[in-house]
Design a protein around this ligand. Sequence first.
Ligand code: FAD
Length: 508
Amino acid sequence: MNQKKVIVIGAGFGGLSAAIRLLHQGHHVTLIDKRDKPGGRGYQYEVDGFKFDGGPTVITAPYMFDELFALFGKSREEYFDLIELNPFYRIFNEHGEYFNYMRNMDDAAREVAKFSPSDVEGYKRFVESTVDIFEKFHPYTEKPFLSFKNMMEIMPDVIKTGTFRSMYGYAKKYVKDDFIRKVCSFHPLLVGGNPFDTPSILGLIIQFERQWGVHYARGGTGAIAEALFRLFKEEGGKTMMETEVDQILFRNKKAHGVRLSDGTKLDADIVVSNSDVAFTYKHMISREDRPKVVDLYYDNIQYSNSLVVIYFGTRRRYLDSKLHHHNIILGKRYRGLLRDIFNKKKMPDDLSLYLHMPTITDTSIAPEGCESFYVLSLVPHLDAKVDWEKTGEAYRNGVLEFLEENYLPDLRSNIIAQHHIDPLHFRYGLNSYKGAAFSVKPSLTQTGYMRPHNKSGFFDGLYFAGAGTHPGAGVPAVIASGKIVSNLVAEKYGISRPEGVNSAGELV
Ligand SMILES: Cc1cc2nc3c(=O)[nH]c(=O)nc-3n(C[C@H](O)[C@H](O)[C@H](O)COP(=O)(O)OP(=O)(O)OC[C@H]3O[C@@H](n4cnc5c(N)ncnc54)[C@H](O)[C@@H]3O)c2cc1C
């Protein structure tokens, strides 16, 4: 047996995935998080009888959750239910007309015909072409990218599939109508990328959704985080919530534990950080320990956008509106708005929104007769120097006013519960460098080998799972990063418990 003491910093989905898998390998795993509940960005807020999922709402690839339960001979269905959604999204143009983004190709093609009949064939070819992208690149999402050789291996496929093009540029090859191009290329926005410069390798998300569906977890995404947390504890994992790690400790370039913010030191043979990778290097590793090149790197790479999210519950239902469960509301200006946010780091005057209306699918998360929502607005990260303390309220009011005028009549007088987050929450609440909502931005030069690695190149025993590392942001990606970390640990230290045996020593 080669049991190690492992500390996982952060109970986000990446941290939970790594912790569960390392526990299954037979290690002593302690999961530490500064918040009182697990989930990280997927934290569920409870306000006046409403349950608001803090972040991820679009759930796909259920097999990735199933795998974690199956490791211990358990079935995911015993822990939470998934409900399949169709349409996946309702996407509104600036005139309030909508496109139902359907799973079935013929249904989706009928929606294309509503806006641009001449694009139907192109749309079908576009969607079919993403099968090739998926088949070529999906296997790499569960493998580490630790050497430049790995990168060279995929380059011929990047060239062959044309996926060096931006997502929007790729869609443009197939369809002419600008709104349909947006419909084909918005997916990078779900993981912190600008469709105009994120490589169309991310087209593989389109196939993730088509192959496995888009789901909602009954009780909200918070139910998934709670289920994974429960599994971890049931199988013998130790948890320390409301506990903040201040520093990772090293001896001879090897991690040997952590120091908590109250000064307590905890020993470990292996430390896995699910805290933002840039924050970890710049704030949780002392200047004496970290090489100068680390600061140079993290000061010069690009970070994703930030967000303002307003969670609100109304005393009435809005079932008579044209909204669905997942709504994407695009403004008139799109490329310019994204350029302001991603490139110029400037607050735009206009809005593009995502509106979540989960009570359409699940009334259990709101008091009877009430509707629960969250509206998410893209904003630049903290380099934009916006004084959120001063201007945040006016901004949020503007968003609610827009919804009231265009989608939800009398909204503001019907709100009975409310909460919000903004870039300051990402920076100080979640320890994300520059308050970026999705950590390191996905781009051609920040993908694969060129993205922060899952294993530190500077320190032994230090690993990273989470949005800023390979393969990237989004729930499936961070769950995969946890799997990659556990495989790297197994490669280095061996597995102390054979596959197929649970913590009680029983065959599963
Ligand atoms: C509003 C929003 C909507 C989103 N929607 C979707 C979606 O619909 N579908 C999708 O797939 N993805 C979505 N995403 C992206 C997805 O939520 C994230 O990429 C993913 O959840 C990040 O997980 P993570 O493992 O990196 O950890 P995080 O969620 O970032 O969690 C990290 C954890 O570490 C803890 N921590 C940090 N530092 C310390 C420390 N020093 N000591 C102790 N604890 C610490 C934090 O408290 C936190 O709990 C969304 C993101 C946001 C913000």
